[in-house]
Design a protein around this ligand. Structure first.
Ligand code: BTN
Length: 273
């Protein structure tokens, strides 16, 4: 089953945990392929909402669009949170954006000024350009219109100060930004508290909320995203240039094109316009 114990132990996390459900069930491993896969396996085995699976090292950590997520062993936070929203897919709020809000609030409490980049990046603007601090990968298992489970995977660069060539020019970490190492157990606990708060705001603890509550949570996303922003979006159906003005309740990005029309973008890669 799991491998040797990892260095954020359950008892260390429990010392700091303020959340009621998220992280109360916790599995830490020294190494695995991807914590998203391990959390999905635990979901299929019947694990309850709130389970957190953390690995010190992933051999096949992944990001959006099949990209790799590489993280030095024992330096960062790489973990996945299991959710079981009892609503149909059509009523599901945009969980990746909401997770971004929770991450951004946690970083702001540390004195960082994060910016959320649609759909799943947490950046910090630096004199030489934006640097990525956190990536979020949300994956879902469904049957028809019913959600079996959702796994929210989060990779946060905490104490890593040197990065592989492929991301060296675009990545950063808390240690680099703050000029000091950061204790990961209290940080994880704070993050789980923020995730639970934004989740419960949008869905309610029993998953029955929606509508205005989701809008309120998305208002925070808009603030952190600093919209409107001139942008170019690479979409499957072709590039789009304009101004990113908003996100809608489904998490789609709304872009005003040069003719003044608003295009709804469901997936794509956004860059400064
Ligand atoms: C991205 O930036 O494209 C998303 C990166 C998400 C990385 C995290 S690390 C924990 C979890 N397990 C994975 O394999 N991926 C996510």
């Amino acid at each position: 089953m799991t491998e040797a114990a990892a260095d954020i132990r359950a008892d260390q996390l429990a010392l700091h945990l303020g959340s009621q459900r998220f992280g109360r069930s916790y599995e830490a491993v020294a190494a695995c392929g991807s914590t998203n896969d391990l959390a999905a396996l635990r979901a299929r085995e019947g694990a309850a909402e709130g389970l957190v699976v953390l690995a010190d090292q992933q051999s096949s950590g992944r990001g959006q669009k099949g990209r790799r997520w590489v993280s030095s062993a024992g330096q960062n936070l790489t973990f996945s949170l299991l959710l079981r929203p009892p609503c149909p897919i059509t009523a599901l709020p945009p969980l990746t954006l909401l997770a971004g809000v929770a991450v951004a609030r946690t970083l702001r409490a540390l004195g960082i000024a994060p910016r959320l980049k649609w759909p799943n990046d947490v950046l910090v603007d630096q004199p030489a350009g934006p640097r990525k601090l956190v990536g979020i990968l949300t994956e879902m298992a469904t049957v028809g219109d019913r959600i079996k489970h959702v796994v929210v995977g989060i990779g946060l660069n905490v104490n890593q100060t040197r990065f592989d060539d492929e991301v060296a020019a675009t990545a950063t970490s808390l240690a680099l930004l703050l000029g000091r190492p950061v204790d990961r157990a209290p940080l994880l606990a704070q993050l789980l508290g923020a995730l639970e708060a934004v989740h419960d705001q949008a869905l309610g603890a029993n998953g029955q909320r929606g509508g205005e509550a989701v809008e309120a949570a998305l208002a925070a996303w808009r603030d952190f995203a600093q919209l409107p922003r001139p942008c170019r979006v690479e979409r499957p159906q072709g590039p789009l240039e304009g101004t990113a003005v908003d996100v809608d309740r489904d998490g789609a990005l709304l872009v005003r094109d040069h003719s003044g029309g608003v295009q709804r973008v469901l997936s794509g890669e956004i860059s400064p316009g």
